[in-house]
Design a protein. Structure first.
Length: 234
């Protein structure tokens, strides 16, 4: 059992990930993306939503970061990317580099994702695509989305947010998901690369809500043990 953090993190980091990373993490296919409206929760400055829209999909994102303007997010993003690169460089042997190959490629993807996000964010003047919101209370109607995704937030921060928060957050995701829709959560480990300890209890409690809960294998891996995602079918 690993008692040391592989990646030291205070507070919630801002994420900058690409469409291709999301595809790999969540095993997303065209049928899932084209089924209906998509919501990326705790999306940060990832370009997934921008790239979904560019491909003709109906997508939205939410994050408390969206209270800031584009200049503020870009400046904050540049700071976050530098910090993340320095942390990874100091412990690069602890991670799996099959996807990124090296730190330079990792950083290049982040930079490119941030740039794409900022361009899209600037064009969303009325904040109809990028909504300032945070779990466990989302400002969306019931049964609104066909696909709800959340990466590198919930279980990754298992020492900062307790079981009651995780349960309330997922119940809120279920509320805004259409019948027949899907919720995908990745990863299932924290910064110590340990599986979320309450996963069995969580699955049992959620199963009582007339949803199908399962763990699916994903081809994406960066933290050594992060090879699974939680899938919830409503």
């Amino acid at each position: 059992m690993n008692n040391k953090e592989l990646y030291a993190q205070q507070g919630v980091a801002m994420t900058c990930r690409s469409f291709e990373e999301y595809q790999s993490m969540f095993m997303l296919d065209k049928a899932t993306l084209a089924k209906g409206k998509i919501l990326d929760i705790a999306a940060g400055a990832s370009s997934f939503t921008a790239e979904c829209i560019h491909r003709g999909y109906d997508a939205m994102a939410c994050d408390p970061l969206y209270k800031l303007n584009s200049e503020q997010i870009y400046e904050f993003g540049q700071q976050q990317l530098l910090i993340a690169s320095e942390k990874l460089s100091s412990k690069k042997e602890a991670f799996v580099w099959n996807y990124y190959h090296d730190i330079q490629q990792h950083d290049d993807i982040r930079e490119h994702s941030l740039d794409k996000f900022i361009e899209s964010y600037k064009n969303d003047m009325d904040r109809e695509v990028y909504v300032n919101a945070m779990l466990p209370n989302l400002p969306f109607q019931d049964d609104m989305f066909s696909c709800v995704i959340c990466n590198h937030f919930l279980f990754l921060y298992q020492e900062q947010f307790d079981y009651s928060f995780h349960l309330a957050a997922i119940k809120e995701m279920i509320r805004v998901t259409k019948k027949g829709g899907i919720i995908l959560l990745y990863p299932l480990v924290g910064f110590k690369d340990e599986l979320y300890p309450h996963l069995d209890n969580l699955q049992q409690e959620l199963s009582q809500m007339c949803v199908n809960v399962s763990i699916r294998t994903t081809e994406f891996r960066f933290l050594p043990s992060a090879d699974g995602m939680l899938a919830i079918l409503k």
